[in-house]
Design a protein around this ligand. Structure first.
Ligand code: PGA
Length: 266
């Protein structure tokens, strides 16, 4: 997994059905042109629930490439069994829409939906049971960074959630997304990324937070775009990106991937 070059588009709560068609029409054309090519590529789309099934079918019909192009959800329920949980979407349901992964712990959900470590742990467990790969998001907010608490916070987010979970192989990706960088146009600097990625790698390996897996990919997220991504991509331990607003424009998404694959920084 760590050998993959990972680019995940996080659509968040955007797009209506016609937009989804337009998006994939343009994007599949781009992918099929083979300008972007690398066997190790792993491109993912984190799609709103209503479009998951159809998106997978569309990609199956239209994308002719021999690297991985996967779909995923942006959240799943913490409840284990089907039942009277109005509005909830289970990991099993997501899997049955032929999705491959789910984002868990995005800072927007931590903030707006009050998701805490206990809930996130349950959600990750549900995803594992359903054979969904987890993209677990971590990252400090502005005040925590200003108070030099960023390492502490990130370690806590890893430590409180991951250790007791039994992971299947290739089933965990970490996304470091400093909250102050998300949607602000103010991405983390190469130095900030470098020291944080070394730290996360250190915590994962030395503190035995996840014992079942080796080589857990770590992504960067937070105002990533085609201008800043190539330089960040060249940093040790950066396995790719989780991209929000820039991924909503297929050509910009393509330029991010292309820029990284051709990065003169590497
Ligand atoms: P952004 O969002 O690229 O728009 O900053 C990233 C994310 O929240 O995953």
């Amino acid at each position: 997994m760590n050998k993959h070059k990972i680019f995940i588009a996080n659509w968040k709560m955007n797009f209506f059905p016609d937009d989804v068609h337009d998006y994939f029409n343009v994007l599949t054309h781009i992918l099929n042109e083979k300008e972007i090519y690398d066997k190790a590529l792993y491109i993912g789309f984190a799609i709103p629930f209503p479009y998951l099934y159809e998106s997978r079918s569309f990609l199956d019909k239209s994308v002719k490439v021999d690297y991985r192009v996967e779909t995923g959800a942006q959240d799943c329920s913490a409840f284990q069994h089907p039942g009277a949980y109005t509005g909830e979407i289970s990991a099993q349901m997501i899997k049955s829409c032929r999705a491959d992964f789910v984002i868990i712990g995005h800072s927007e959900r931590r903030k707006y939906l009050n998701e805490n470590s206990a809930i996130l742990k349950e959600k990750i467990q549900r995803a594992q049971e359903a054979n969904l790969k987890v993209i677990y998001c971590i990252g400090e907010n502005d005040a925590e960074r200003k108070n030099h608490k960023h390492f502490e916070i990130v370690e806590k987010q890893l430590q409180e959630v991951l250790p007791e979970i039994k992971f299947k192989s290739d089933s965990l990706i970490i996304a470091y997304e400093p909250v102050w960088a998300i949607g602000t146009g103010n991405n983390a600097s190469p130095n900030q990324v470098s020291e944080m990625f070394d730290f996360i790698q250190h915590v994962l390996t030395e503190k035995k937070i996840v014992t079942d897996l080796k080589d857990i990919p770590i992504l960067y997220g937070g105002s990533a775009n085609s201008t800043n991504a190539p330089e960040l991509y060249a940093i040790r331990n950066v396995g790719g990106f989780l991209i929000g607003s820039a991924s909503l424009k297929p050509h910009e998404f393509k330029n991010i991937i292309l820029g990284c694959l051709k990065s003169s920084f590497t």
